[in-house]
Write a protein that binds this ligand. Structure first.
Ligand SMILES: [Zn+2]
Ligand SMILES: [Zn+2]
Length: 301
């Protein structure tokens, strides 16, 4: 099976450029390169997975409307997974709920059970007036996970430092039945990337060894959030996301066959090459081709 991971947004919570900032990265992000946005122009984090004839949206931040509008035609994802209820990951949810209520559409939206009360509080209108017996608009992700896009997808809670907790998504190849439709418009296959088992973890810091041992071993691809290059001067109690320096040193990240860094703030210039070639920066619009074994391997979560 071939699947495609398409990065809709790769910034931290504030976007790049930050609208009030004229640092070199924000300046470059505002520039135009042959009619295209600067290399560092990036929107709030989200990704679209397509495989096995299905599509899955990972998070729905405040830039979701513009991100989906850029896809070149009408598009509604088959399912949506929400990692946590922070603005940069959830404020596009209103647009998705509007599609259901205004257009009468069907959309499977899931979040970890622990996140549902937050979502219900912030989008209360969407949960009110439901016909008796109908399902609420956002469902809990079952512990055993979901079969989506040719993967068994499971969510696991991760520490988010000063910001509480978040969740990451673990994908393990599941038996496939059909080839994916052609998508997206441009695919840049990363060399030697054959992810049958991968993790999308944008908002985490201080992941305990036990958690890493359970979920972050033997990965073909790790998408990891690193807001800044080096926050060693910052009081650790105020930290909420890994930095690039840490990502390059974390044993479980180093053990992954490929690492893509996302959730990038405005002190990261994606034109700079990282010292370890297995690491690279994700950019808005990047598509990664995932060639997935059709039969799940055993002995791993
Ligand atoms: Zn975030
Ligand atoms: Zn800036």
């Amino acid at each position: 099976m071939t699947a495609t991971l398409h990065f809709l947004g790769t910034s931290d919570s504030k976007g790049v450029p930050r609208f009030w900032c004229n640092c070199p990265v924000c300046h470059e992000a505002r520039s135009s390169v042959q009619g295209r946005p600067g290399f560092n122009r990036r929107t709030r984090p989200g990704a679209l997975l397509r495989g096995n004839g299905e599509t899955l949206l990972l998070d729905c931040g405040p830039d979701l409307h513009a991100q989906l509008s850029r896809l070149g035609g009408p598009f509604v994802p088959g399912a949506v997974l929400i990692s946590h209820a922070h603005n940069d990951h959830v404020l596009g949810l209103g647009d998705l709920l509007d599609y259901v209520t205004s257009a009468g559409g069907q959309l499977r939206i899931y979040a970890p059970a622990a996140v549902l009360p937050d979502i219900r509080a912030r989008f209360a209108y969407a949960f009110q007036g439901q016909p008796e017996g109908s399902s609420p608009p956002v469902q809990p992700i079952p512990d055993e996970g979901l079969e989506l896009c040719g993967y068994r997808v499971r969510a696991f809670e991760v520490p988010h430092g000063a910001n509480g907790t978040s969740h990451a998504f673990h994908f393990a190849a599941a038996p496939s039945t059909s080839a994916p439709p052609p998508f997206p418009p441009s695919v840049s296959a990363l060399p030697a990337s054959i992810p049958g088992r991968w993790v999308y973890m944008t908002d985490a810091v201080d992941v305990p060894d036990g958690l890493a041992g359970a979920w972050l071993q033997d990965l073909d691809l790790l998408v990891l959030g690193t807001s800044f290059r080096d926050e060693s001067e910052t009081d650790h109690s105020g930290r909420s996301v890994y930095d690039v320096r840490e990502a390059l040193a974390l044993p479980w990240a180093r053990a992954a066959r490929r690492v893509l860094l996302s959730h990038l703030s405005h002190d990261i210039d994606v034109r700079q090459v990282l010292p370890d070639r297995k690491y690279s920066y994700a950019t808005d619009g990047l598509s990664v081709s995932l060639n997935v074994p059709a039969v799940p391997r055993t002995g791993r979560p």
